[in-house]
Design a protein around this ligand. Structure first.
Ligand code: UD1
Ligand code: CA
Length: 457
């Protein structure tokens, strides 16, 4: 069986987005819109993918850089869908199988649906198969004109349609399977003699049918899949559907999502069984979460690696951090990039960390800033402790060894090192290294002036 290739049309600007960014690069569930049909085509078995790009072509190319089976065809001027596919034909040279044609702005089509279309197309030996839907209100779409035995004769665009044709409710989704050899031959004979002065891809069906080739339509099961995104309201709607699919897959794999409608999880995030996610949580980027974790409500997690039985309490914000088994953080903790928390570390409310490594069992329970720090195991960081890591020019390191007890309201002026098992008294400003097993204290002795308040009066 000859292979399957896919062409994804993505050269248009997307004027109705009213955006400086080309439409297909707007994100849905964390990834650009165009990545979704590309993924669906791959899932359906396409081994070669050609993206037709025009507006902001370099941005799109950059996104797919390194994906070897993705090729690009440049369409300088958008002269119509037929012209766009003609541009892609150069990249399909020597390919004799089935070409799937998709739109970059129809992101919800599923791989399984494309596979079904390709199977249908091949089992019937069709030359062209078009994915369609029956809409009560078909306004704006191309209409499927059929002859005997359900064969498709042509597709007529609304602007070119007669009164009678406009009453046809079967519409063109813009997604097709076409045999490559026929496509190459038909695409060069298109004309732009129509209401929009464009080269219509849909006209290949008319020429195929006239040559006696079998052209068929396959109605899609779920019309949601062929929804086009033209403006930001449709983008939000499509993203909502995509999120609910992602959440659905996670729930079926054993994750509890208390309120899927308010839980935002990006494509590609992995979460283990029996983890519970509370409402308002956002999990994005390259994030992996283990089993039996408790996350949220309203936790914001990006690009983190989180092991098992981790608790992330309300309102915590984490990025580029690593949390080992049994860690507990928050509520309202802020873990910034480079934070590594080993087993059973506890980070409490209003604690900010950055490039900070904590050994197993250490705690910073309240109100601290800990940056550029290496903290050993079983260390207690008292409330209000600050690593003074920045001298206005450079960042400096703080090292706190195993078993150290840091009292409340301590400032550690980096670079500085506190040796193992030492105790830093509350209120101390540490400016010198502390040897192991020592007490460090720097306080102005307290003076009580008796009767002072009465004298003031
Ligand atoms: C097209 C179909 C119509 C179908 C509808 C479904 C044609 C002639 N009409 O109409 O039957 O019902 O899709 O949504 O094909 N593009 C390019 N280069 C171009 C023109 C378009 O890359 O020169 C891309 C666009 O960026 C978009 C896609 O092709 O992703 C569809 O183009 P669009 O102009 O939106 O087609 P419609 O007029 O909606
Ligand atoms: Ca369109």
């Amino acid at each position: 069986m000859a292979g399957v290739a896919a062409v994804v049309l993505a050269a248009g600007k997307g004027t109705r987005m009213k955006s400086g960014l080309v439409k297909v690069m707007h994100r849905m569930a964390g990834t650009p819109m165009v990545s979704w049909p590309v993924a669906a085509a791959r899932e359906a078995g396409a081994t070669k993918l050609v993206l037709v790009v025009g507006h902001q072509a370099s941005l799109i190319k950059e996104y797919f850089a390194g994906e070897e089976e993705v090729a690009f065809a440049f369409q300088e001027e958008q002269l119509g869908t037929g012209h766009a596919v003609a541009c892609a034909c150069e990249e399909l040279k020597g390919f004799h199988g089935t070409v799937m044609i998709l739109c970059g702005d129809v992101p919800l089509v599923k791989g399984a649906t494309l596979r079904k279309m390709a199977d249908f197309h091949r089992s019937r030996n069709a030359m062209v198969t078009v994915l369609t839907a029956n809409f009560l209100d078909p306004a704006g779409y191309g209409r499927i004109v059929k002859g005997k035995e359900g064969k498709v004769l042509r597709i007529v665009e609304e602007k070119d349609a007669t009164e009678e044709e406009r009453r046809i409710t079967e519409i063109n989704s813009g997604i097709y399977c076409v045999e490559a050899d026929f496509l190459r031959q038909a695409i060069v004979n298109l004309s732009n003699d129509n209401a929009q002065g464009e080269y219509y891809l849909t006209d290949i069906i008319k020429s195929g049918a006239e040559q006696g080739h079998l052209c068929l339509s396959l109605p899609v099961g779920d019309t949601e899949e062929i929804m086009g995104v033209n403006d930001r309201a449709q983008l939000a709607e499509a993203a909502r559907i995509m999120r609910s699919r992602i959440n659905g897959v996670l729930m079926l794999s054993g994750v509890t999502i208390v309120d899927p409608a308010t839980t935002y999880i990006d494509a590609g995030v992995n979460i283990g069984a029996d983890t519970v996610i509370y409402p308002g949580t956002q999990i994005s980027g390259k994030t992996d979460i283990g089993s039996e974790c408790i996350i949220g409500p309203a936790a914001i997690i990006a690009d983190c690696s989180i092991m098992d039985r981790v608790t992330i309490k309300a309102g915590s914000v984490l990025s580029e951090s690593m949390l080992h088994d049994g860690v507990a953080i928050g509520p309202m903790a802020h873990l910034r990039p480079g934070t590594v928390l080993n087993e059973h570390v506890k980070i409490g409310n209003f604690v900010e960390t950055k490039k900070a490594v904590f050994g197993a069992g250490s705690k910073a329970s309240h109100l601290s800033y800990l940056g550029d720090a290496t903290i050993g195991s079983d260390v207690n960081i008292g409330c209000g402790t600050i690593t003074c890591n920045y001298d206005g020019v450079r960042k400096h390191q703080t090292v706190i060894e195993d078993g150290v007890f840091v009292g409340s309201d301590v400032q550690l002026v980096a670079p500085v090192k506190v040796g193992r098992n030492s105790l830093i008294a509350a209120g101390t400003t540490v400016t010198m290294d502390v040897p192991p097993d020592s007490l460090a204290i720097s306080r102005t002795p307290q003076v009580n002036k008796e009767g002072w308040k009465l004298k003031k009066k």
